[in-house]
Ligand binder design. Structure first.
Ligand SMILES: NC(=O)c1ccc[n+]([C@@H]2O[C@H](COP(=O)([O-])OP(=O)(O)OC[C@H]3O[C@@H](n4cnc5c(N)ncnc54)[C@H](O)[C@@H]3O)[C@@H](O)[C@H]2O)c1
Ligand SMILES: [Zn+2]
Ligand SMILES: [Zn+2]
Length: 345
């Protein structure tokens, strides 16, 4: 079969690989029908995630059809359509029992990281019973690809950790796919204002369409001053960081109001200046997290009910065999007006 293989920093290849086989009774082999590329895949290609070894198939998102299951898989059978979670969960270890699947003692984020991932014709999914979700009949499979990672990430690590409440004013720093996922799901809680901040006017326009009440381009405006001006100098109840660089974390620290929450979602490669000397006396809560995907069943229902439309995040579609081209488009997202790309077969 063909797979998108990591060949070391800056290098990738659409290469031949053996079709994966069942290695444990709890495994399933899934034929990928739709997958996508994540900002984290670009981090890996930059060499930012050293645990990824040369030869690894990338990708941790997608939907597909079960090809084969091991003898210990009871919830699925060959032919079933499934949504793949980016996080693998055994459902039995201490962390899984707490709902913290991201730190499953024999799973967590392993797909396209520590084991071969979904940017391939076939993928092996460990603990299939508790790491896959059945796709309801009639569901829009493209929309469901957004549920493998970005929707639960924006919701769990941004909205839930930030405790967005009715009437809140929210600053959303970063309107890439993850920030936009936070924007869509923050509206479950009816915040009064969502102020979106980014460098890219195209993405800010998308944020408006998705429900942002105000937008700030931080390349032309002083974002901190602009947020303070919009909030009578008070700042915001919740600041969601969805970029992963010191500059955007700083914006969050400077715009959060007394008693407010900073929910950091971005993956940071460098340390930031934490202004604890200012934050403590303002009763600020700071949260971080790796997505657990324990909200996936709930999100599946909201998408099926049409309460949110994650399909709006999809800007480009390519056959899986054109994945090298898709990477070029996704890596030049601002120039290409790209958000999420769908690869299908
Ligand atoms: N915590 C988790 O479990 C988890 C899971 C998935 C992704 N992530 C992380 O979430 C972050 C966002 O992911 P994404 O796929 O949306 O990434 P992305 O790169 O597509 O989006 C980032 C956005 O930030 C904007 N930006 C960059 N620098 C900025 C600055 N100085 N000021 C304002 N805006 C700026 C960009 O224009 C872009 O729109 C990444 O760091 C990603 O690795 C975290
Ligand atoms: Zn991802
Ligand atoms: Zn576990």
């Amino acid at each position: 079969m063909k797979a998108l293989v990591y060949r070391g920093p800056g290098k990738k290849e659409w290469a031949d690989k053996p079709v994966p086989t069942i290695q444990a009774p709890t495994d399933a082999i899934v034929r990928i029908t739709k997958t996508t590329i994540c900002g984290t895949d670009l981090h890996i290609l930059k060499g930012d995630v050293p645990a990824v070894v040369e030869g690894r198939t990338l990708g941790h998102e997608g939907v597909g059809i079960i090809e084969e299951v091991g003898s210990g898989v009871h919830n699925f059978k060959a032919g079933d359509k499934v949504l793949i979670s980016c996080v693998t969960s055994c459902a039995k270890c201490d962390n899984c029992r707490k709902g913290m699947y991201s730190h499953c003692e024999d799973g967590g984020w392993i797909l396209g990281h520590l084991i071969d991932g979904t940017q391939a014709e076939y993928v092996r999914i460990p603990y299939a019973d508790t790491s896959l979700y059945p796709i309801p009949d009639g569901a829009d499979e493209e929309a469901l690809v957004m549920l493998s990672d970005i929707l639960p990430t924006g919701f769990e690590v941004g909205v839930l950790k930030g405790k967005v409440q009715p009437g809140d004013t929210v600053a959303l720093v970063g309107t890439g796919p993850v920030g936009l996922a936070a924007l869509l799901t923050a509206q479950f809680y009816s915040p009064a204002e969502i102020i979106a901040i980014d460098l890219d006017d195209n993405r800010l326009e998308v944020a408006r369409k998705f429900g942002a009440t105000k937008t700030i381009n931080s390349s032309s405006d002083n974002a901190v001053q602009a947020v303070l001006d919009l909030t009578n100098g008070k700042g915001v109840d919740v600041a969601i960081e969805a970029v992963g660089v010191p500059a955007t974390f700083d914006i969050c620290q400077e715009v959060v109001a007394a008693g407010g929450r900073i929910a950091n979602v971005g993956v940071h490669g460098k340390s930031v200046d934490l202004h604890l000397e200012k934050l403590w006396i303002q009763n600020i809560t700071l949260t971080t997290g790796l997505v657990d995907t324990n909200s996936t069943p709930m999100l599946l229902k909201t998408v099926a009910a049409g309460k949110i439309e994650p399909k709006l995040l999809i800007t480009h579609r390519f056959p899986l065999s054109d994945i090298m081209k898709a990477y070029d488009v996704f890596a030049n997202a601002a120039k290409e007006n790209a958000l999420k790309v769908i690869l299908y077969q």
